[in-house]
Design a protein around this ligand. Sequence first.
Ligand code: NAI
Ligand code: MG
Length: 514
Amino acid sequence: MMSIDVRNGDHLPATISLDLEVQRILGLPPKMFVNGARTETRRGATLDVINPSTGEALWRAAEADRDDVDVAVRSARAAADLGVWTVRMSPSDRQRCLWRLGDLIAREARVFGQLDALDCGRPVSRVELGDVPASAEHFAYYAGWATKLNGRTFPADTRGMHVYSVREPVGVVGLITPWNYPLLMAAWKLAPALAAGNCVVLKPAEQTPLSALYLAELAIEAGIPEGVFNVVTGIGAVAGAALVEHPAVDKIGFTGSVDVARSIVRASAVDLKRVSLELGGKSPNIVFADADLDLALEGSLWATMGNSGQSCTAGSRLYVQEGIYEEFVQALVVRASSLTVGAGLASEACDLGPLITDRQMTRVLGWIDSAKSDGATVVCGGQRMAGENAQGFYVEPTVITDVTDDLDVVKEEIFGPVMAVMPFRDCDEVIERANNSRFGLAAGVWSNDLSTVHEVAGRIRAGTIWVNTWGLTSPAVPFGGMKQSGKGREMGEDALDLYTETKSIWMGWQNPSK
Ligand code: NAI
Ligand code: MG
């Protein structure tokens, strides 16, 4: 099946025209990327990729099964065993390849922008000006680490023994990524995995395969040898599970839901495969009365609504101090209702796009309805969008008040543009309520009082605390979750621990004159 032209359909608002390279990509037959080339699956099964902005089929992806995953893993295993990326290339060769790949990502910003906007509905400008440079920066940062993975020496014995360690790649790494920031989520894992010398099989989310396949093409252009970076497209329960269960895969890096994380950990018990997890959250965001309220308002709005709430760090539990609560909620409602929502490729850039699937939209609307029947007040939004957005999976930016801490809308990750706002009295109270969660990914605190800020930052159990800001990440800064928000830290030097094994070597020697 060829691509469906999504431009200027009768019932659709105007969208920007597709780049020639994007048109070429949408014309490609459904294949995986194995051993340096687009490769057919054995049985030729395909799955429809739906454009969430329009609800229409956009492309057909190859649907890899267990045998296809095996082919991809063998390709990575062979590359690892032959040392094409380690023994046959020097650390500085790897550094150059990764640096070039970062440059190529930046060069193809327009293409990646359109591919991810089509696949996941994220506004094209946010991909092009946000995710793309961030992804390029990841490769640039980890390129540098390829030449800096030093071992250590140890004073294990004063004479007659020289003891040192080296850091080796784990081997073959399976990476399973989500659909909310398709390119960036792949970059977060790929860059450190490749810098450390691993060979990789990446399984992007079934909803968003396009940018991962394109990245694999660019990796070849960047000089990364065939077989080092493979991509299998397919559904999680089949291709993802096959990757997790494959005995030749040494490690799984996963970002996604807690339920799937549990199944991965369970499956990893068989061969005690290494697993790192970046999962969801229900991040508390706390606004004290002494904060810069304009800054706090804008930050809190985007903390939850950004990417239509489809962020692991969404600050969807908003605590506002008594005294400013009523006024703050009113201002939030004004801002939330003024957000523009539309197609990922809308010609007039929108603030937000649709949700990823019909199913996610239905789930999100279900959370809103359950809040209502629990007695909460929906002060703005709350509905599926109508009018020119009726075809896609759009939910209005929604603010909910009159909630208690035990409601689902306060406890569960919603992954939609929905925030629950609650008043609080003082520091101790709000810290206790913020920590009353099975998640611990991120938290925000808005205050100009140093003591308040330190108290909250010190006592909240979360992997990242943002003070008078929200959502910033950098390749240099560790990121990950406490409690059920994950295991291990991505980014920074910490991520290298996820993709290396330390080997200690004891070397005996004798005094030659004895
Ligand atoms: P998911 O966890 O099912 O999907 C994430 C990735 O895991 C995809 O690549 C998928 O193909 C793969 N996968 C699914 N089942 C698998 C299995 N049995 N074995 C191996 N891999 C498997 O997430 P889904 O269903 O797309 O979204 C459900 C909820 O998960 C969201 O509403 C949100 O709460 C959470 N989520 C959190 C993300 C985050 O950034 N932390 C990203 C995506 C989802
Ligand atoms: Mg799922």
